[in-house]
Design a protein. Structure first.
Length: 321
């Protein structure tokens, strides 16, 4: 009997040791994945000189071609670079560009670009939000080199406003104007969402974290609302890694604004599904009031540049330049 007890005790020790080792390795792997998910840095391997090809594309130093929108007037005093929202497109700035031309705002040029994996660009498996920050730095540098007298303003739309804050110390940027932010999920997170997130965290980082939306929750423009609904399912590649980096970028944007060396304007709507009142209040409470100015927008939804009577928003942007 004592022999069997000794054998059983030995087997128990071996089993517990194996299980403990397995659990330890599993936890290390999980921590490593989460750390990787939270890395916004992106290091390029330069193969060409970055170049703006007129009205067609911007070629980055690692050879990726970003589809381009708009043209820069060499006589412009200000150049606005539009930074679109998560998995949106450069064409979200079309309405404002038309308005600028119609109203003879000759001293302004508005341009934008499809971020990697967005719009008409090809899919890049290495893409994450840090890539956009790197690309944006290159774009700003190239434009400043070509038009040294012009003042460059970053015009963010939604999460594009957050990404723009990562250039808050860039000497080539004159000002940042953020048209809305993206601080929370649009709808309440379900048990299924968390289940999918944990599965993706453990096994498959590129698992898509998207769901159907009602476009009218984000704009009162029916045509743009329909476009949002269609492209949300056909063009949206938002995945688990994007989710982690979106959260991290929002946290870092607070530090970016507080350490900013240039003027920052935040335009916030009181009816934005992506900005719950408590989250806005919490976000603003962490900002140094001397580092930004706030424009509170009433009765508008998330996409301020694509709404009914968006001319009011455009006028407000011009006023803040």
């Amino acid at each position: 009997m004592e022999v069997w007890n000794a054998v059983w005790n030995l087997l128990s020790i071996i089993v517990y040791a194996i299980l403990g080792t397995f659990l330890f390795i599993f936890l290390l792997a999980l921590i490593a994945r989460i750390v990787k998910f939270n890395k916004l840095s992106f290091k390029k391997t330069p193969v060409v000189k970055s170049e703006l090809i007129k009205k067609k594309m911007f070629k980055t130093s690692d050879g990726y071609e970003l589809r381009w929108f708009g043209e820069i007037d060499p006589q412009s005093e200000y150049i606005l670079i539009g930074v679109h929202d998560i998995y949106r497109t450069r064409k979200d700035f079309d309405k404002m560009e038309v308005w600028l031309r119609k109203n003879n705002k000759a001293k302004l040029s508005l341009v934008s670009f499809d971020q990697r994996n967005c719009g008409e660009n090809i899919v890049d498996n290495q893409y994450h939000f840090g890539t956009t920050i790197s690309d944006l730095n290159e774009i700003v540098g190239e434009i400043k080199e070509k038009f040294p007298e012009a003042k460059i303003i970053l015009l963010g739309d939604g999460f594009g406003s957050t990404l723009a804050t990562f250039l808050a110390k860039n000497k080539n940027v004159h000002k940042i104007i953020g048209c809305s932010l993206r601080l929370n999920n649009h709808y309440s997170k379900t048990f299924g969402f968390y289940l999918k997130l944990w599965w993706a965290t453990l096994f498959k980082a590129d698992t898509k974290m998207i769901s159907a939306i009602n476009g009218m929750d984000f704009t009162d423009d029916k045509d743009f609302s329909k476009l949002l609904e269609d492209q949300n399912l056909s063009k949206n590649s938002f995945n688990a890694r994007d989710y982690y980096l979106w959260k991290k970028a929002n946290r870092l944007s607070i530090k970016n604004i507080n350490n900013s060396e240039l003027d920052i304007v935040l335009m916030i709507s009181n009816n934005d599904f992506y900005c719950a009142p408590k989250n806005i209040a919490k976000f603003l409470s962490k900002l140094n009031k001397d580092k930004y100015s706030l424009e509170s927008i009433k009765e508008k939804r998330h996409y301020l540049l694509n709404t009914k009577n968006s001319e009011q928003i455009f006028e407000l942007i011009i006023k803040n330049i």
